[in-house]
Write a protein that binds this ligand. Structure first.
Ligand code: SF4
Length: 408
């Protein structure tokens, strides 16, 4: 499936089996879907509704919530109802571990309200005495016509499978490293669980796989291998990516490479929020990752130079910031009124060294006066010089010009 990005050349997206998650298509011909997860106690209905609403409004197309005990399972249908009253139909995914089979059996309204169930084969195994747990969740998914994500995580990997593969490896003439065997165990856990789910009767179009690790190179290796071995729909994410810039860089590096190779149908950027931090940051980062790579368009891009000794004031940074925040504020209305506004490129540059050139590449751009330059700011629209702003109101005048450009 060739995808033409605004900045990238044609890429080949690996075609996977599409899965409908509560009305959102993941895989197949669909664009890469952004999803996120709450960190509220799901039993706290007010807090969970507020966070799901915030994530959804920020652009999360699917939201996962923890379902870890009876109180949480009982809250799920009420969360769903409250969201619908707010006019939000974002699909909710239930994150189940250990006792998911029991919670789904005891809370049919929860099973119905969720758009997808996440199963961790590492703690709801697929063999011996644990068979019933995995099978019961899959049977519930079949009964309620829901998809599942078989989500393997190396922090909770099936230890029996890992031990078996280690034993086989140790008997080889040239054994592989323990890390390589662990990667193989992650992949096999996902593939074998998917096969078992199908044997139980779940359709291929109802299965999404993930195989998350926290190391960038391991993640790339695991997903490359996984995508060579299956055409199942893939959920991509670096688990335990970490806080702040570390988490953003690690997630972007790992997922950027895989997405560039056409691997991944939906992404979650797992960031550890600062205490009291905004959970929607992970949605913003996921969107920016997809947009900067040219896969999707969510918000107009504001290109700004980093500034240097040629800029003596912070005017241009303030202007770039103001334009960006104006755009965020107005997007709900602009998106409705001006289809395609997401593709807008604005340039805010600090001086004439790169200012005019960069501005010409944007839809609308300004080159503010740097040190020693005449106090004039040339404006470029659609690649041509359209005006020169002067005086104390350059910033406000440019903001108006951006709004006019969008409206016209
Ligand atoms: Fe410095 Fe001008 Fe380059 Fe901005 S465009 S970084 S102000 S030289």
């Amino acid at each position: 499936l060739p995808i033409e990005g605004p900045q990238a050349g044609p890429l080949t997206r690996r075609r996977t089996i599409g899965v409908n998650v509560g009305g959102v298509l993941v895989g197949g011909d669909a664009p890469v879907v952004v999803q996120s997860m709450t960190n509220t106690d799901t039993a706290d209905i007010d807090a969970t509704v507020a966070q799901v609403a915030a994530l959804s409004k920020a652009g999360s197309e699917i939201v996962r919530i923890t379902v870890d005990r009876d109180e949480a399972a009982a809250a799920v249908p009420r969360v769903r109802e409250r969201l619908e009253r707010l006019g939000l139909d974002v699909p909710l995914v239930g994150d189940f571990h250990y006792i998911g089979h029991k919670l789904l059996a005891d809370h049919p309204a929860c099973a119905e309200a969720l758009a997808k169930y996440r199963i961790n084969p590492g703690n709801v195994g697929f063999k011996d005495k644990k068979d019933r747990q995995f099978g019961a969740i899959v049977e519930t998914a079949i009964r309620y016509d829901k998809p599942v994500r078989i989500g393997v995580n190396w922090g909770s990997l099936d230890q029996e499978l890992l031990t078996r593969l280690m034993d086989i490896n140790n008997d080889l003439p040239q054994p592989k490293s323990a890390r390589a065997v662990t990667r193989e165990a992650i992949i096999q856990s996902a593939l074998m669980s998917a096969e078992l789910a199908e044997e139980i009767g779940l359709a291929r179009e109802r299965i999404i796989l993930s195989a998350k690790v926290s190391n960038v190179q391991d993640l790339i290796t695991v997903y490359r291998d996984l995508s060579r071995r299956t055409n199942r729909c893939l959920h991509l994410g670096l688990t335990e990516a970490g806080m702040g810039s570390k988490g953003i860089v690690a997630s972007s590096a790992a997922m950027g490479i895989l997405l560039q190779e056409g691997i991944g149908d939906t992404i979650r950027v797992s960031l550890t929020p600062e205490p009291g931090g905004d959970r929607t940051r992970e949605v913003q980062v996921a969107q920016e990752l997809l947009q900067t790579m040219g896969f999707r368009q969510f918000l107009p891009i504001v290109a700004a130079c980093p500034g240097c000794g040629r800029t003596t004031s912070t005017t241009f940074q303030e202007l770039a910031e103001k334009i960006q925040s104006d755009i965020r504020e107005n997007m709900p209305v602009w998106r409705e009124k001006y289809p395609g506004v997401e593709a807008l490129n604005v340039a805010v540059m600090g001086c004439i060294v790169n200012g005019p050139g960069e501005s010409k590449h944007a839809d609308i751009g300004i080159s503010l006066p740097g040190t020693g330059e005449s106090p004039a700011a040339p404006i470029f629209i659609d690649g041509k010089k359209a005006a020169t702003l002067r005086g104390p109101n350059i910033a406000a005048d440019f903001q108006l010009m951006v709004s006019d450009y969008i409206e016209n």
